[in-house]
Design a protein around this ligand. Structure first.
Ligand code: 8YV
Length: 312
């Protein structure tokens, strides 16, 4: 008998097919009566497959007494209660490495788009304004000083790309990273003060909650740019909105938000802000690779092996 799996969000067709070959899949999303579905299947659910941002809400975890594994289609585990998972012996897996390049590409895209006012230029042409009006000058990308919050796999991939734009790179992390030559700055405010653009590439969760607060944004300053491809929770969102509205921060390129899919309406009309609906890993190629790793993690688990990408 195939193990029962609860699927919390849609995945690529080929991933869903592979999941269906391995497990009895129960789709919770799109179900009108979620409670009725859970009442009938919850006791036999042995696996959950979900995205990084959605994770597994604690109340739902508590309804799944036979749960053995939470397979995340992403790298973030901040939306899974890892302490409770460990206490109950529930395995948690992610899809590391395969999305690193895409997330770094998104960070650079947001950086280039923001500094060069690409979206503004696009809106300007589409609105038919070119023949009768002008646009303010953009800003040079080459040589801008880049600060990175969190020099993990994604942070390093961002740094490698920024090197090609001759950007001096500084970073902050819990401690200096030994095998890189980028400048380590212990304090986030100090880092923000020293750079033109600050990119957030740190994991979400309690340890990084609201790290980027009003003081950090003020240190980044009226010419400064904030890029976030990590988690909305790392930024104090209300402070970000007011810093942008009051001109204390120059601009922002944001792929992630505190309460997705809700984006503060105040940001919608700001020309100096570039917005994306959490798309950093959303390419066909990468979602296919992520799905393969997710399925490999589940396959290993149900074959009695420890999945390579297990974090708990
Ligand atoms: C995905 C993510 O968008 O890796 C993560 O933690 O948030 C993203 O890569 C998400 O997992 C949706 O599947």
């Amino acid at each position: 008998m195939k193990p029962d799996l609860l699927l919390l969000q849609p995945m690529l067709g080929r991933t869903e097919e592979a999941l269906a070959a391995l497990c009895e899949v129960h789709r919770l999303f799109g179900t009108t009566d979620k409670d009725a579905l859970l009442n009938s299947v919850a006791p036999q659910i042995r696996a959950v497959a979900s995205g990084g941002a959605l994770g597994l809400p604690r109340a739902l975890m508590d309804r799944l007494p036979a749960l053995e594994i939470v397979a995340i289609n992403g790298i973030g585990t901040d939306a899974v209660d890892l302490d409770e998972a460990r206490r109950r012996g529930i395995r948690v897996t992610t899809t590391p490495d395969v999305l690193t390049d895409d997330v770094a590409d998104m960070a650079l895209s947001l950086l280039l788009t923001s500094l060069r006012r690409i979206c503004e230029g696009d809106r300007f042409v589409r609105a038919g304004r070119w023949p009768s009006a002008g646009l303010p000058l953009a800003r040079r990308v080459t040589g801008k000083r880049l600060g990175i919050l969190g020099l993990g796999r994604v942070g390093r991939a961002i740094a490698r790309r920024a090197e090609a734009f001759s950007m001096p790179i500084s970073y902050t992390d819990l401690r200096p990273i030994e095998d890189v030559s980028y400048r380590f700055v212990p304090g986030l405010i100090e880092l923000a003060r020293d750079v033109d653009a600050l990119v957030i590439a740190a994991s979400g969760g309690a340890g990084s909650q609201n790290l980027v607060n009003a003081a950090v944004l003020n240190a980044l300053g009226p010419e400064g740019l904030l890029i976030n491809v990590a988690r909305g929770s790392v930024v104090e969102e209300a402070a970000l909105v007011s810093a942008l509205a009051e001109g204390r921060l120059g601009g922002a390129g944001l792929d992630v938000f505190a309460d997705e899919p809700h984006v503060p309406e105040a940001l919608w009309s700001m020309e100096q802000v570039v917005l994306q609906p959490h798309r950093a890993s959303a390419t066909l190629e990468t979602r296919a690779d992520m799905g393969d790793v997710l399925v490999a993690n589940l396959t290993a688990h149900f074959a009695g092996r420890i999945p390579a990408a297990a974090v708990a």
